[in-house]
Ligand binder design. Structure first.
Ligand code: GRF
Length: 210
């Protein structure tokens, strides 16, 4: 997993793994900000961390090839981006096509990019949500595997909306990684196959009952 911030999505994967919900090994936590709080979650459970200050590299490509050398070394089968704040080069994205996913806090294709909660509120949307998609060179533009939806409530601030969405993002990421780890979901060209059949629209993760 690559992260740049607090790492609550990494924390969610670790917790799901430890509950026995996810049969995965977490082999590396990487990023561009060595001081990112998220790496504490990795260190606490013995997941190797590799993060370099991107400013120490001559350019984006040099930083990326250094980081991805470690990722290749880790023999990871799947790379998860969660709040990773650097754009990957098209070459790297292509070489990881089908093995690279991102969680984005909007109902893609709505609101690619930043400030998604504020944009949903400004648009007067009655619902908001998060998407797990395969990464392609188009920012937040790849095929969407699964989404979860929450209502927008009267008086919601961007912060309140983000806070209500975050736990659902965690459920969404765990469910998406579980599908992929079980070999039930894969990317074929620009189409996602689930249990061998192309999905015409993203899978929908229902909100928890009760
Ligand atoms: C999440 O809201 C994710 O959707 C967005 O960045 C945030 C990452 O949060 N891309 P965390 O670092 O996993 O807590």
């Amino acid at each position: 997993m690559l992260l740049s911030g607090r790492g609550s999505n990494l924390q969610a994967l670790i917790a799901a793994r430890d509950r026995g919900e996810l049969a995965i090994d977490l082999v590396l936590a990487g990023g561009d900000r060595p001081a990112a709080a998220g790496f504490e979650h990795a260190r606490a459970t013995g997941i190797p961390v590799y993060a370099s200050d991107a400013r120490n590299f001559v350019d984006r490509a040099a930083f990326e090839s250094d980081l991805f050398a470690q990722i290749e070394e880790s023999a990871a089968d799947l790379l998860v981006l969660a709040g990773y704040m650097r754009i990957l080069t098209a070459a790297t994205v292509e070489s990881w096509r089908g093995r690279l996913i991102n969680i984005h806090p909007s109902l893609l294709p709505k609101y690619p990019g930043l400030h998604t909660h504020a944009r949903a509120l400004a648009a007067g949307d009655v619902e908001h949500g998060a998407s797990v998609h395969y990464v392609t060179p188009v920012l937040d533009g790849g095929p969407v595997l699964m989404q979860t939806r929450i209502p927008v409530l009267a008086g919601d601030s961007p912060e309140a909306l983000a806070a209500r969405l975050l736990p659902q993002e965690h459920r969404l990421l765990v469910a998406s990684v579980a599908l992929i780890a079980a070999g039930r979901a894969q990317l074929q060209g620009d189409t996602i196959l689930v249990d061998g059949s192309a999905i015409a629209s993203p899978l929908s993760l229902p909100l928890p009952t009760g």
